[in-house]
Design a protein around this ligand. Structure first.
Ligand code: ZN
Length: 286
């Protein structure tokens, strides 16, 4: 079965684990690593003849338009990860709308015409019970799908996210129509009465690979494609230390950075992956 692979393209210093110790105002002064890390990912995917969806942050697209052009030219899908990496539920509807519009402009400038953006991934999976209105805004801007809902109850959304509010109660674990857009949630495993978001990010780095592979096999066994996600910084074992970051933040962000690339290679060799727009083509055509 074809599974979906998605990459959230952002700088390591934009990750929410560091937001308390790295001020936004300093982002432009920090040496960026996203170009090198994303190119490593592009090379790795090319080696395995695999395309993915790259949800690009508008901030990155404005500063590195060539990189976004390379992603599109290599046949990958380019989606939006918003502009300034603000959590959706911390924004007003007007602010969210402005952030989305700005990201789409930046991406369009970078890719040129002929690469319509139809997918959105919120920073920190921050489409929650309180911010489902965001999906209406996506539709207004021509987006066809969202991949930002974690189908876990808000009260279960702590764990690696450091107690942050994530999840939508009662959300389906698989593709579902929500108003005028499709929701393609990142994969979860149903275990002990709870949905566990095992298929990406910190979980992919923390858990042994056989857990991820077993989860994908089980999801495929349920008749559905898995939706896996990663960030370019997760392959960067040489990421600079962030002074003053808490031990938890450091652990969440840095655990097994040196193992991700080898794991991803094994995953790409064992399962078939494609962009979300292709994996869910029949839903999007309906
Ligand atoms: Zn992000």
């Amino acid at each position: 079965m074809l599974n979906a692979l998605s990459i959230d393209v952002e700088e390591y210093f934009q990750a929410h684990a560091y937001e308390k110790v790295i001020a936004r105002s300093t982002w432009d002064a920090l040496p960026g690593r996203v170009v090198t890390n994303t190119r490593r990912l592009l090379a790795l995917l090319a080696e395995h003849n695999t395309c993915a969806t790259f949800f690009v942050l508008g901030w990155v697209a404005d500063r590195h338009p060539d990189l976004v052009g390379e992603i599109a030219a290599a046949g990958h899908e380019v989606g939006s990860h918003g502009y300034a990496h603000e959590l959706v539920y911390r924004q007003s509807r007007a602010d969210f709308t402005a952030d989305l519009a700005r990201s789409l402009q930046a991406i369009r400038r970078a890719t040129g015409d002929g690469h319509p953006v139809i997918g959105y991934r919120a920073p920190g999976f921050s489409v929650t019970d309180d911010s489902l209105w965001a999906l209406e805004v996506l539709h207004t801007y021509g987006l066809r799908y969202d991949s930002s809902v974690q189908p876990i109850a808000a009260k279960d959304g702590a764990g690696l996210r450091g107690g942050k509010h994530v999840g939508v109660s009662g959300a389906a674990r698989f593709a579902e129509r929500r108003g005028k857009v499709w929701e393609f949630p990142v994969s979860t495993l149903r275990l002990a009465g709870r949905n566990w978001p095992v298929a990406g990010g910190g979980y992919f780095r923390l858990l042994p690979l056989w857990v991820t592979r077993g989860a994908i096999a089980r999801i495929n066994g349920e008749g559905h494609p898995a939706v896996v996600y990663l960030h370019p910084w997760e392959l960067d074992a040489d990421e600079p230390e962030v002074p003053h970051a808490s031990r938890l933040a450091r652990f969440r962000h840095r655990v097994n950075l040196d193992k991700t690339e080898a794991r991803l290679r094994r995953l790409l060799a064992a399962h078939r992956f494609a962009p979300l727009r292709d994996v869910f083509a029949s839903q999007l055509a309906a």
